[in-house]
Design a protein. Structure first.
Length: 393
């Protein structure tokens, strides 16, 4: 009767086996968001996009303390703290695991990085949050803990990233796993946000009556301290990444390019063709072998008429933000529906990036599938209502 389950491993077995220990830490990466590849794109949480299959809480200004609307797992309170607890468990057990020190240090570095990442997601969404630094157990006498200040959260996150960077330095990491370079890059982002106007409370209060009237500004940003010093820390963190000499936007353009080249260059920047891995510091990879949103992006967001769902689509405001080009001189100007020339042909003579990003009425696209080719032999995007039939009918 004293048998071991075949589908589970005990803690003692997990943390004495390097493969099982790595599997536990690898699962932390499942807390990374699908982001733009989600059926409801993260842009739908802003004024950039609309989601076609649900109530637009963000767009309709229905968001408030008592109604957060849809919160993707990458910011959701319970989801992030579940991952943080897993990272804490990993760190606690790796500290005493009878494994090779190089394996332990690598897995600890990844765990520190992921814990910092998850806390930063919470900090961005909620402001100061409770810093839980160890795993709770049934023997824990008190599960309540007060929210830490914004400043304390920033210090804790950057501290974890410093630890992770040291442990991962010189490690040859597989794609999709944390690296010391990724630690430095995330630290630069955290400190840049921390130094911004939004999180300098004297500045933010002067720009927002809501923030000015909030009873706990220390949860939203810095209520005191040397703001110039914060900018210097952000600058130094960013320079540390630049000084690696390994990353950057690889076009290296010294002059404007043609419209055709502008289209290709912009398209390739999303396909990492300009400089390959030099444009990628840390990435979440998808596999068609897994049933997840990344594998279904085409179906979810492909336009109607191509067997797609058109789940997320750009707002007209975003479309209008692309500049218009003078048809003769090529000079750029802000697009405006009040401009008769712009309004007459709104999708002609636009910034090349527009054509690499937006499918509009009449836009040429890929061939229809066989069952639709007879209806639309021109492979054009069609919006609105169309009627078929002979002129006499």
């Amino acid at each position: 009767m004293n048998t071991k389950p075949l589908n589970k491993a005990s803690a003692s077995v997990t943390w004495s086996d390097p493969n099982l220990s790595e599997a536990f830490v690898t699962d932390l990466y499942n807390g990374l968001s699908t982001g733009e590849l989600n059926q409801e794109s993260n842009d739908c949480l802003t004024d950039n996009a609309l989601y076609n299959f649900g109530k637009q809480d963000m767009m309709e200004a229905n968001i408030g303390p008592s109604h957060l609307g849809w919160v993707q797992d990458t910011y959701e309170w319970g989801a992030m703290y579940a991952r943080i607890r897993a990272a804490n468990l990993a760190l606690e057990n790796l500290a005493k695991a009878p494994l090779d020190s190089s394996v332990v240090n690598r897995l600890k570095g990844e765990s520190y990085f992921m814990r910092a990442y998850f806390y930063n997601q919470l900090l961005r969404y909620y402001g100061g949050v409770p810093l839980v630094k160890s795993s709770y157990s049934l023997a824990t006498p008190d599960f309540s803990i007060a929210r830490n200040t914004y400043e304390e959260c920033v210090d804790f996150i950057t501290g974890d990233l410093d630890l992770a960077a040291g442990l991962l330095a010189g490690k040859n990491m597989a794609k999709g796993r944390a690296t010391s370079d990724a630690c430095l890059a995330l630290k630069a982002r955290v400190l840049l946000y921390a130094a911004s106007d939004l999180h300098d409370m004297p500045t933010a209060k002067g720009k927002s009556s809501t923030i000015s009237g909030y009873a706990h500004p220390e949860l939203l940003g810095y209520v005191s301290g040397d703001r110039n010093a914060r900018w210097q820390k952000a600058q130094a963190a960013a320079k540390a990444v630049m000084d690696l000499g390994k990353y950057g936007y690889m076009l290296n353009l010294s002059a404007p390019v043609s419209t055709a080249d502008g289209f290709i260059n912009y398209q390739n920047s999303y396909l990492s063709r300009n400089g390959g891995e030099a444009e990628v510091i840390f990435a979440r990879y998808f596999s068609n072998n897994k049933d997840e949103w990344g594998a279904w992006y085409g179906r979810n967001n492909c336009t109607n008429g191509y067997h797609g769902w058109t789940s997320s689509e750009p707002t007209q405001n975003l479309v209008d933000d692309y500049e218009a080009l003078d048809g003769t001189t090529g000079a750029a100007h802000d697009f405006s529906w009040n401009n008769p020339t712009d309004a007459a042909t709104p999708y002609a003579n636009r910034d090349p990036r527009f054509y690499a990003s937006i499918l509009y009425d009449g836009a040429p696209w890929k061939p229809r599938t066989a069952d639709g080719a007879g209806i639309d032999p021109y492979n054009e995007i069609q919006m609105g209502t169309y009627q078929t039939g002979s002129a006499s009918s």
